[in-house]
Design a protein around this ligand. Structure first.
Ligand SMILES: [Zn+2]
Length: 192
């Protein structure tokens, strides 16, 4: 699959503007195709980035620490693969380190890399969990996402205020209900 040129992408935006019923030649829209194409570069920059690379820069010394590392409410913005509409929310990540721990900002980077691709919330939840599990060789991983989907608020059923929660557990988190409860308690405190 070859990547189109920027010019081709801008022409496609003009077609969509005509499809919406407007005139791409009118003054206010003349620069819109360029802006939309450049916004796409930002929305979807995750395709050019590799989460494994982020997580390879980890720090080994966990000095006997045995508990989970839980990061609450990492904000993200993504776009749904069905409508290219934004879905926006927060991610909770927990992992049980084995021999490797990573810088906390790296986990937030991993969230961003997967979020900046066309997604659905279930897939995003699973990809973040699997990436941490594999690349940190973690004993267990839990990921939860709470998000509002603009394809549900600004179109379709128009349900403002409805948010969607997804969870994915791997390793020890999949087996151990106590660990799951501990994680979900942290999550419950975060959802307002
Ligand atoms: Zn959608």
């Amino acid at each position: 699959m070859s990547k189109p040129t920027k010019q081709e992408a801008m022409e496609a935006v003009k077609v969509l503007l005509r499809w919406a019923g407007d005139n791409p030649a009118r003054f206010g829209l003349q620069d819109t195709p360029r802006r939309v194409v450049e916004a796409f570069e930002e929305y979807f920059q995750g395709y050019k980035q590799d989460p494994a690379k982020e997580l390879s820069k980890n720090f080994d010394d966990i000095t006997g620490y045995k508990g989970p590392v839980i990061i609450r409410e990492i904000p993200f913005e993504s776009h749904c693969e069905h409508h290219i509409a934004p879905f926006i929310g927060k991610v909770w990540v927990a992992y049980l380190p084995s021999e490797k721990v990573c810088g906390l900002s790296k986990l937030a980077r991993v969230v961003d890399i997967f979020a900046k691709r066309l997604q659905n919330q279930e897939m995003l939840t699973r990809q973040i969990a699997e990436s941490i599990h594999t690349n940190l060789n973690a004993k267990g991983v839990a990921v939860a996402i709470d998000a509002v989907h603009h394809c549900m608020t600004t179109r379709g059923v128009h349900k403002h205020g409805a948010s969607t929660v997804t969870t994915h557990f791997l390793g020890e988190y999949e087996k151990d209900v106590e660990l799951q409860h501990q994680f979900l308690n942290v999550l419950n405190r975060g959802i307002k």
